[in-house]
Ligand binder design. Structure first.
Ligand code: SAM
Length: 251
């Protein structure tokens, strides 16, 4: 598998105590290879979860981060940011994706790792909300779980038994590209399937088997879901999709 040298500097236990999906720092490091983040920039980390991506952005790129999440409280995240020594540059915010407290054009970049699919797979979210957060010429970068292709039923046959309605936000990279590109509000800089998606996803799936119920209190099969989902994917249709765009100057 590809190496992620920036991520290697971070303690694996800290990552595993705070991740909420397929290795967020590997996904972020891959994405940032296609972005131009500079010290002092203001960056939105949308759906940051427990904020390890926010810590990484502040430490690796010297940016100021607004660490926005819904399920995790700002107070919890402040404690983590203080422990990580970044509380002066990473600000925890508790806000829902359709009710954000930010001024239009405030950010140099808006990033989202394994979260945008929860609210952004509609026609309206990018033009009405996400695009407005960033200044003209600013950057967008997201990674979402998805599929290598589009299917008539919405899913490949191999995943039929495990499919549930919320998974219909899983799409191909071309579907995501078109969703943003057709608005005319941005130029697509990169849109691709990240290499070895199952190798990136597997450590999280293994962790879930042992820790999910204790951590997230789910008795409904959540612990085994990711492991079963990856195993069922015998035709390798599961993807982790990175999309990077630049906001048009005149918008
Ligand atoms: C799978 S977790 C990923 C968290 C983190 N990015 C990571 O990779 O560990 C998805 C995150 O998206 C956030 N999220 C989901 N729906 C949201 C919404 N409507 N508004 C804001 N955040 C939302 C949740 O709070 C959650 O922390």
């Amino acid at each position: 598998m590809k190496k992620y040298p920036k991520t290697e500097k971070y303690d694996t236990n800290w990552i595993e105590q705070n991740w909420m999906g397929p290795h967020p720092l590997w996904l972020l490091e891959d994405l940032c290879g296609h972005m131009d983040l500079r010290p002092g920039m203001k960056v939105l980390d949308m759906g940051c979860g427990k904020g390890i991506t926010s810590v990484f952005l502040a430490k690796e790129y010297g940016v100021t981060v607004f660490a926005n999440d819904l399920w995790i409280s700002a107070t919890d995240n402040l404690r983590r940011f203080t422990e990580a020594g970044v509380a002066d540059n990473v600000f925890p915010i508790h806000a829902e994706a359709h009710a954000l407290p930010y001024a239009e054009g405030f950010f140099d970049a808006a990033i989202s790792i394994d979260s945008y699919q929860y609210y952004g797979a509609s026609e309206s979210y990018f033009p009405d909300v996400f695009s407005k957060l960033v200044k003209p010429g600013g950057q967008f970068g997201i990674v979402v779980p998805g599929l290598r292709d589009e299917y008539d039923k919405g899913y490949p046959e191999t995943l039929k038994e495990l499919w549930s309605p919320e998974l219909f936000t899983f799409h191909s990279n071309n579907w995501w590209r078109t969703l943003w590109e057709k608005t005319g509000l941005c130029e697509i800089i990169a849109c691709y399937d990240i290499d070895d998606p199952k190798a990136i996803w597997q450590p999280w799936a293994d962790w879930c088997v042992e820790h999910f119920e204790k951590e997230f209190g789910d008795g409904g099969g959540g612990a085994e879901f990711d492991k079963n989902f990856l195993e069922a994917d015998t035709c390798n249709d599961i993807a982790l999709i990175a999309l990077v765009a630049k906001k048009s100057q005149e918008k």
